[in-house]
Design a protein around this ligand. Structure first.
Ligand SMILES: Nc1ncnc2c1ncn2[C@@H]1O[C@H](COP(=O)(O)OP(=O)(O)OP(=O)(O)O)[C@@H](O)[C@H]1O
Ligand SMILES: [Mg+2]
Length: 458
């Protein structure tokens, strides 16, 4: 495992011997005899590790360390100290040095320290990257949409984030419930605490209780040791109860108590535990209907429904589709290419016309598919999944967006449909009226009359 190492020491022999031995081990090595030149190197080349003596003429090793850290936190600094100056080495670690090594030392000793430092650097970089990714995922700027509906949702999210109010997010599958829940947590002052997700539908009913509240050793067969539940794990943060309507009635009482008193007992436990947690729930169902049907406790419903957030299905906020397409194109294309591919107008037509039963998740999958199959010609109909290709003509032709209409004249709608069908036949036959009449199953004279009356091509 190589790495880029800069050595700063005023003893020439030391530098020469370290340089050659580390190179043999596969490191890229340079060395300098003073900190001022060392700092120039740090700024002009890209080093993973700087190994520096503390006692240097000109700028001291300690000041060098501070300057490096000011320039780039991620560069690892290892201090070399002469025997008997351990105190200054300790001081250096307080200033951000990763490790120190006492002179005289063997090259092997240094190599071990270098390898460990590199490993540390890689894991920290990975952790930071993952953390950034998670943060980004829930950034507001990453909740895409400009429809009135999404704007309203975001306003509520912003206003409730800072408070601890319980939130109930409702929406169809794939509409973005988990995304919204995450945004609430990561914008609250609990963001440094845990965000614990529980899928109430996925968990077997028997284990749900112990999953939520934990259990004591011996509480049931198989409970070989005490286990903390998700509520305890979420302490100081937020808990996201997905598909909350699936919680069985008997357990709803226990949940109600946590919500009211922030207290519970582990399964088989005597001790009452307190927990500091913010509760966010999600459901695909109409929870009030569930209450009326007797599946869900009314008192629990009111406890959960303090701040309701309804995410409308994608087909009711088609304004968001072009933005989402762009967002997902960026997401999936960046792995292959810098430029975003062109989308052909007929593809856009299909994506706008389709009714998206799987909502944003389905759109995301479609774009991923299209990007994977796209060539230099960009996103064309051929790149779409089969079922969308088939849906094209029917949807394109007859679908009508009625979402924001209060009333519609049947006569106008029928005329509109008739016009579209005639245009469709016209395109298919290149305007051959004999064939058009055949396709539409009407006499040619009727077709001609319709063409004139509807002013299809004027
Ligand atoms: N407004 C949005 N902007 C960007 N991405 C979104 C948006 N809404 C949803 N997504 C993405 O769509 C996918 C599905 O969203 P999410 O998992 O939040 O849906 P859900 O409502 O929890 O679905 P389910 O009911 O199936 O659990 C995720 O990849 C999410 O990042
Ligand atoms: Mg979900």
């Amino acid at each position: 495992m190589g790495g880029r190492v800069l050595i700063v020491d005023d003893e020439k022999l030391m530098r020469i011997s370290l340089e050659s031995q580390l190179r043999k081990e596969g490191f890229y090595v340079k060395s300098m005899d003073n900190a001022i030149d060392g700092l120039k190197m740090v700024k002009s080349e890209d080093y993973d590790i700087v190994v520096t003596d503390l006692r240097l003429s000109g700028m001291s090793g300690l000041d060098f360390l501070k300057e490096i850290k000011k320039y780039n936190q991620d560069i690892i600094v290892i201090i070399m100290t002469a025997y008997g100056t351990l105190e200054s080495a300790v001081l250096a670690t307080k200033e951000g040095a990763y490790d120190y090594i006492a002179k005289p030392f063997s090259t092997d000793e240094l190599i071990i320290k270098l390898q460990r430092a590199l490993q540390h650097k890689n894991t920290t970089a990975e952790v930071n990257r993952l953390r950034r990714e998670i943060q980004d995922e829930f950034e507001f700027s990453n909740i895409i949409g400009k429809s009135e509906a999404i704007k309203r949702v975001l306003e509520i999210v912003k206003s409730v984030s800072e408070r601890d109010a319980t939130v109930l997010v409702q929406g169809e599958s794939g509409s973005g419930k988990e995304k919204i829940a995450g945004a609430i947590h990561y914008h609250s002052n609990r963001r440094h605490g845990p965000f614990i997700r529980v899928s109430c539908a996925a968990l077997n009913r028997e284990i749900l209780e112990s999953e939520l509240f934990g259990h004591e050793k011996g509480a049931f067969t198989g409970a070989v040791k005490t286990r903390r539940g998700r509520f305890e794990l979420a302490n100081g943060g937020s808990i996201f109860l997905d598909d909350v309507d699936d919680i069985p009635l008997e357990m709803q009482v226990k949940l109600l108590r946590v919500l009211q008193e922030r207290m519970f007992e582990r399964v088989g436990g005597e001790e009452t535990l307190g927990v500091d947690v913010r509760v966010i729930c999600a459901t695909k169902k109409d929870l009030l209907e569930q209450v009326k049907a007797g599946y869900f406790r009314e008192d629990l419903f009111y406890r959960l429904n303090v701040v309701p957030i309804y995410i409308p299905p994608l087909r009711e906020r088609k304004d968001d589709i072009p933005l989402l397409i762009n967002h997902f194109l960026k997401k999936f294309v960046s792995q292959y290419d810098d430029a975003l591919p062109e989308i052909s107008p007929d593809v856009l037509g299909i994506l706008m016309a389709y009714n998206w039963p799987g909502n944003v998740r389905e759109l995301e999958n479609v774009i991923e598919h299209a990007v994977a199959f796209s060539k230099s010609s960009g996103i064309t109909i051929e790149t779409l999944p089969e079922y969308l290709k088939k849906v094209e003509i029917r949807r394109d032709l007859l679908s009508m967006d009625l979402s924001d209409k209060q009333a519609i004249s049947l006569q106008d709608a029928l005329t509109e449909v008739e016009k579209k069908l005639i245009q469709w036949a016209y395109q298919k036959t290149n305007g051959n009226q004999v064939k058009m009449a055949e396709m539409l199953g009407i006499p040619r004279t009727t077709l001609r009359n319709r063409l004139i009356k509807l002013q299809v091509f004027e």
